[in-house]
Every structure is written in C-alpha cells, then in structure tokens.
Design a protein around this ligand. Structure first.
Ligand code: PMV
Length: 313
C-alpha cells in the first residue's frame, strides 16, 4: 500500500496577469488536502482509478485522452519507462473544494503522480511532479500559467513567473489568512477564457492592467520581506480593484470581501480564477475571530485559517 498527499493552494497576489508573463505569489494550504493510495489488485486486472467523492471510476486501459487523471497516470508511468500498467487499485480523496480557486485538480494530479512514482519505487522530485501535472492541468485550464501545479508540487510559498523555475519564498514573519469559500463553483477555464477574449479585443488596455497587477505583486513581495502586514493588506486591496477591472470578481465575492474588511481584515481579495470560488483575507491574531465570524455570517460555506511561512511550509 502506498499513500501520497498534496495540499490545496491560494494565490496571494497576481492571478490572471500571471498567464501573461507577470509574476505572482502563491502558497500551499495544508488544512485541505488530496490523497492518493495504491493497493495491489488481482493479477491481470489492470490499473483502476476511483474517486468515490466525485463518483469517478475508470480502468486506465479504457479511459480516453479527455480524462485528465488517466492522462497524468499514463504520463507518470511512461516517464518511468513502464509500458504495461501495473495491477493497481488507485483511490483518490480530496476535501479541496472543486472549481474554487484552490487548485483541487492540480492537487489530485500531484497526489496521483507521487503515489504512482512511489508505487513504482521512484522518489519523485518536485520539479518532475510539477511538469507531469502541468500536462494534465491543460485539461482544467486551457492555457494555464503553471502556477497551480508548481505551488502544489513544491508544497511551499513561491514567487512564480511563467516559464521560469519557481523561487521558494519565505516571508520575514508568518502571515495568517482566512480563506472563505463563496460556495459558487467557477471553472478557471471560463474566467481565463473570458479574460483572453477581452484582452484580444483591446490588448493595450489589458496589458496596462496586467502591468499594474505586476507592480502590486512586487509591492507584496517587498511588504512580505519587510514583515509589513499593513502594506501587504493595502496591496491585496489594490490587487482586488484591478481584478474587478478584469471583470473576474462577482457580487458574492464582493460581499465576503466587504464583510472581512469591515471586521478588521488588513486586506482582502478573491483568490484564483474568480467569479466564484474562494476569497482570502489577511488577518492578525486580534481580528482573526471577528473576521472568520463575519465571513460565516456573510454566507461563506467554509472558512479555513492558514499560515504562510509558518512551520507547516
Ligand atoms: O486554479 P485557479 O482558479 O486558482 O486559477 C489559477 C490562476 C489563474 O491565474 C487564473 C490561471 C493560471 O493558469 O495562472
């Protein structure tokens, strides 16, 4: 029996613009994880993948190339030079909300790749896992920047620029985030596609917004390095305003963001693809409870508190 896990993730600043080459900062969220277990199956039965939480059951040999979990399993086996799938029952579980900006697809694929590699006796490097998961991410996203697979496979906060090796990133002091789920599922592929359409109609306007987002990401990095939470909160708010200009926020997200700010959050913004999914609020010990209560009262389905740069990373 082999077991592998992978965390959820949040994008602290820089989503969407990161698809167009600007930097972004992302961090794992270990309070919510995906797991993959491999158990030996009857000889000759082949490799089966089941995900009981989402009602998925497939036999690898029969699955089409439109099934990302089958694709990533085949890629992992091929990477190891295994041409005949082993007789395995692979079981996947995840409590990461689906289509909610927390990297659920990347986490499932990461846990799966790690388990396959473990099962085949191979100690997988994060970069190797990340590359394989990127292939499957293209099914979820269309034109992914690669940030999700990278932060989930490395399992540490990163400074990310598309096409470049990630820079692990350690804030001067750990910061705490309240993460609230709007309960609205919003596939990243759709918001990324909408931004692309808008950009292709008016590239100059959108490139300007992406540049401004890039500047907020740099300011966020400086604030994190200086341990300046007030400034980081201001930068997160500025990033939210720019995401609204990209038209990827929504009334429900705006309500949660407003509630968090009113309860004393230092900054708040959507995180991930937007429209629905999760928002994040920067909190300190003093306001953590009131902000979490305010988010729940404003309709959040679930509120998680996580630390970036703490011992868990
Ligand atoms: O998977 P999500 O919803 O966290 O979105 C990823 C962030 C985007 O910048 C919107 C897309 C991408 O590929 O970087």
């Amino acid at each position: 029996m082999f077991l592998a896990t992978a965390p959820g993730k949040v994008i602290l600043v820089g989503e969407h613009a990161v698809v167009y080459g600007r930097p972004a900062i992302a961090a794992p969220v270990w309070q919510t994880v995906a797991t993959a277990t491999i158990a030996p199956a009857a000889p000759g039965s082949g490799c089966h993948i089941i995900a009981p939480d989402v009602g998925l059951a497939l036999r690898l040999a029969d699955a089409g190339d439109d099934e990302p979990l089958a694709v990533v399993t085949r890629l992992a086996l091929a990477r190891l030079g295994i041409t005949r799938a082993p007789d395995w029952q692979i079981t996947l579980h995840s409590d990461i909300p689906i289509a909610s900006g927390m990297g659920s697809g990347a986490a499932l694929s990461t846990a799966l790749v790690r388990a396959v590699m473990l099962g085949a006796g191979h100690a997988a490097e994060p970069a190797e896992v990340s590359d394989l998961v990127y292939e499957s991410e293209r099914f979820y996203h269309g034109t992914p920047s690669g940030i999700d697979n990278t932060v989930v496979a490395y399992g540490m906060p990163i400074w990310f620029v598309k096409g470049q090796p990630p820079e692990p990133f350690v804030p001067a002091h750990p910061i705490s985030l309240a993460i609230a789920d709007s309960g609205i599922r919003s596939p990243t592929k759709e918001t990324v596609g909408d931004v692309r359409r808008a950009w292709s109609e008016d590239p100059a306007r959108y490139e300007d917004i992406f540049d401004e987002i890039g500047r907020t990401v740099l300011a966020a990095r400086h604030a994190l390095e200086a341990g300046d939470s007030l400034e980081l909160g201001r930068v997160m708010d500025a990033n939210q305003t720019l995401l609204e200009r990209l038209d990827v926020s929504s009334p429900v997200l705006a309500t949660l963001i407003g509630a968090a700010r009113k309860a004393g959050a230092l900054g708040a913004k959507l995180s991930g693809g937007g429209r629905g999914g999760n928002m994040i609020a920067l909190v300190d010990d003093r306001v953590m409870r009131p902000v979490c209560d305010a988010l729940a009262a404003a309709g959040a389905r679930r509120v998680i508190v996580t630390q970036i740069g703490g011992t868990q990373d």
